[in-house]
Design a protein around this ligand. Sequence first.
Ligand SMILES: CCCCCCCC/C=C\CCCCCCCC(=O)SCCNC(=O)CCNC(=O)[C@H](O)C(C)(C)COP(=O)(O)OP(=O)(O)OC[C@H]1O[C@@H](n2cnc3c(N)ncnc32)[C@H](O)[C@@H]1OP(=O)(O)O
Length: 132
Amino acid sequence: MQMQAVDGEVHADLTLDGRMEGAPGLAHGGAIAAALDDLFGGVLVLLETPAVTARLNVEYRLPVPLHTPLHLVARCTATEGRKLHMAGTMSAGEAIVAEASAMFVRVEIAHFEASGVPVPDAWRSWGGAARG
Ligand SMILES: CCCCCCCC/C=C\CCCCCCCC(=O)SCCNC(=O)CCNC(=O)[C@H](O)C(C)(C)COP(=O)(O)OP(=O)(O)OC[C@H]1O[C@@H](n2cnc3c(N)ncnc32)[C@H](O)[C@@H]1OP(=O)(O)O
């Protein structure tokens, strides 16, 4: 998913296809949640903060059709120690089809390095969990 930073928010355009089908012709709720969670990952890049999803809440407002352009927007609404609160929307045209809120928790880069797969070099200059 291609993301763009606009005025402190992260925007993305996405069209879901048959691989993301739930009910016939409609997007699977898990795909909608994954897209919004991924977008919150983009907010972390904007903030240069390594963190992970601790809690994700999705409100499914309308069925999401496949093969239809969707617009997603996310931002960080508050920080509280290691906790980052996120909010985002997915829209089809003028209609908001899903809204998400999430709590991320800042971690050290070592959290990701534990997988054994190298992290991007840029992440090493970011502030980790110790940052206030
Ligand atoms: C991931 C990318 C990051 C870098 C950015 C690059 C972006 C690149 C762009 C795009 C790439 C794609 C990026 C995708 C993005 C999606 C993100 C994911 O999918 S992340 C995978 C799913 N999430 C996990 O795997 C977490 C698993 N959980 C943990 O590792 C731990 O539980 C962790 C770190 C969340 C907390 O563990 P503790 O031991 O470090 O800290 P404790 O003391 O337990 O919690 C700290 C505070 O948070 C609260 N807390 C923790 N979990 C909570 C929960 N589930 N609900 C409510 N509060 C919770 C606690 O009560 C505590 O609060 P008090 O400080 O006491 O006030």
